[in-house]
Design a protein around this ligand. Structure first.
Ligand code: PGA
Length: 236
């Protein structure tokens, strides 16, 4: 059976207490299933408290950051080096379109961040916006996120968003796998862009798609639990 990744991208949201409340609700609901890999990516400010809460309760919830520095540790004011994050996280979302657009992040910068992540045993989850987006060497998971499909469900109402068509997303996933998959190494492709509990199974059911990156719908604990339940229903 293929891996099913469900990655929550909180973006710039949640105080520490809101983050801990979410973990206390979602953590106990995550089934222990080897093929189901649930990851939460909080802000830097709540990473350490979330890590403690997950560890104390031994929840099957892994942690990721939403970015990391393209530099090593040192005189880089405001940056979070991979070597400083590695005790807190196993994953890092890199090259998200919001960072490319708002922080002028280029493919070269993304590649540097990927190198820093890999050097510190952090698994990069590189976001690709189109078939042309390059995937840096060493990536084992990428998230296909067409820009026009991101956060369209701004009302927070499940089903309102304009996600990509699952079959079209599957075709793009296939193209990336042909370009970057075996024999160079395995590549899991996940989909992101207005995923919620009402549309997630459409993506999970696609043969080339191994999970989802969930932004807006991951903020609400109950909705995120529904996303997990829907995926598990399909996986088993
Ligand atoms: P969305 O965000 O689920 O709110 O569309 C996904 C993402 O930007 O990673």
């Amino acid at each position: 059976m293929k891996n099913i990744w469900i990655i929550a991208n909180w973006k710039s949201n949640k105080t520490i207490s809101e983050a801990l409340d979410w973990v206390s609700k979602v953590g106990p609901q995550i089934p222990r299933d080897d093929n189901l890999k649930v990851v939460v990516c909080p802000t830097f400010s709540s990473l350490s408290e979330v890590k403690k809460a997950v560890t104390v309760s031994n929840f099957p919830l892994m942690l990721g950051s939403q970015d990391l520095s393209p530099f090593t540790a040192g005189a880089y004011t405001g940056e979070e080096a991979a070597s400083l994050l590695k005790d807190l996280i196993s994953f890092s979302i890199l090259g998200h379109s919001e960072r490319r657009k708002n922080f002028a992040e280029t493919d070269e910068i993304v590649a540097k961040k990927v190198n820093e992540a890999l050097a510190n045993k952090i698994i990069p989850v590189v976001c690709v916006q189109s078939e042309e987006t390059p995937v840096p060497k060493g990536c084992s998971i990428i998230a296909y996120e067409p820009i026009w499909a991101i956060s369209t469900g701004l009302t927070n109402t499940p089903g309102v968003g304009r996600a990509d068509n699952p079959a079209d997303a599957n075709k793009v996933a296939q193209i990336f796998k042909q370009k970057y998959g075996p024999p160079a190494g395995g590549l899991d492709v996940i989909y992101g862009g207005s995923v919620d509990s009402t549309n997630v199974t459409g993506f999970i059911n696609q043969p080339e798609i191994s999970g989802v990156l969930v932004g807006n719908a991951s903020l609400d604990a109950m909705e995120f639990i529904e996303v997990i339940k829907e995926c598990l229903g399909e996986a088993n």
